[in-house]
Design a protein. Structure first.
Length: 343
């Protein structure tokens, strides 16, 4: 099969002929129909997320059809359209010994990070990670459920505990940010404020349902946030994860506010003095991924047209053009929401 392989020693990405994997017991071979290109893929290839591997096939937002099983698999048939959960519980950590769950595992195995992903014609996955694709939804839209949509869903409703009528501010209005604000609006958050230095991203956020879109580099942005929210933000979502956005998002919180860190960064973060942090009763919460239940709920929401992803895929490329897709995302060329490959 053809697969895009990234070599960590030479830092090169190339499309190669590699053996098609064979499923073992409890596994399924999926013919990839679509796979997203995510900023976390770029982070892995830049060395920002240690993998311990010499080479890998990236890609963790995958939809496809079942091609083969490693053994009897009741409830599934060859040709079924599926979406893959990007995380696999390790099965051996303390959390997994009590209740195996991708949202609690202490050593989560992530597709495209710890095992080969979907920038390929076929991908191998545990049967426990597949879910039926939403009916009537294009497969490239179904693919991005498995991170670009599911991660903000988990961040808002799981880690962040969003309630109706709460104010939400979202730092970073790319693929994660656009879906964060769509989901926040679906849940009745008010007001919803997007922050991004790119004018095009702010304009798009307003089109997708934000009440206001602000420039985080504006010297008065914190006061603007306090004025818009009546004193401070109740729930802040940081999809960027930088030395600039995290302190700003924390400073924007009202007393008792919550900040959820979604963007991944290897740098140390400054949250200010402990006295202010404690007196203001701020909560800063790390977030990673989503649960299988989150993905199932999103399949239902998209299938029943409660959530519209028809504007979410900015471009589609064949596998052989993976370099162009990666370049466009890395350079923000065209301000893409999600770029998808179709092997």
């Amino acid at each position: 099969m053809r697969a895009a392989r990234f070599d960590f020693a030479s830092k090169t990405l190339s499309v190669q002929d590699v053996p098609t994997p064979e499923p073992g017991p409890g596994e399924v071979l999926v013919k990839v129909v679509a796979c997203g290109i995510c900023h976390s893929d770029l982070t892995v290839m830049s060395g920002g997320v240690p993998t311990g591997l010499t080479a890998i096939t990236p890609g963790h937002e995958i939809s496809g059809t079942i091609a083969a099983f490693g053994g009897p698999t009741p409830g599934w048939e060859i040709g079924d359209a599926v979406v893959l959960h990007g995380g696999q519980p390790c099965g051996t950590c303390q959390a997994c010994q009590h209740l195996p769950n991708a949202s609690t595992c202490q050593n989560l195995q992530i597709m495209g990070v710890h095992r080969d992903g979907g920038w390929a014609e076929y991908v191998l996955a545990p049967v426990s990670t597949i879910i039926a694709a939403p009916r009537g939804v294009a497969m490239e839209q179904a693919a991005i459920l498995a991170d670009a949509v599911a991660t903000p869903y988990g961040a808002l409703f799981g880690t962040g505990g969003l309630r109706p009528a709460e104010s939400v501010a979202i730092w970073g209005l790319g693929g994660l940010g656009v879906h964060t604000l769509q989901l926040a609006r679906l849940a009745g958050a008010a007001p919803i404020i997007g922050l991004d230095p790119l004018p095009e991203a702010r304009s798009r956020a307003l089109d997708f349902g934000a009440d206001q879109a602000l420039d985080p580099t504006d010297p008065d942005v914190l006061q603007q946030l306090r004025d818009l929210t009546g004193g401070g933000v109740e729930l802040a979502i940081d999809n960027v994860g930088s030395q600039h956005t995290v302190p700003q998002a924390n400073a924007a919180l009202r007393s008792g506010g919550r900040l959820v860190l979604v963007g991944l960064t290897p740098v140390d973060l400054n949250l200010g003095s402990e006295l202010h942090f404690s007196m203001a009763r701020h909560r800063v919460l790390g977030h990673l991924g989503y649960s299988y239940e989150n993905l199932a709920e999103l399949v239902k929401l998209t299938e029943l047209r409660r959530l519209d992803l028809t504007r979410s895929v900015s471009a589609v490329f064949p596998l052989e053009d993976i370099h162009e897709g990666v370049r466009r995302l890395a350079e923000h060329d065209g301000n893409p929401i999600r770029i998808v490959i179709k092997p």
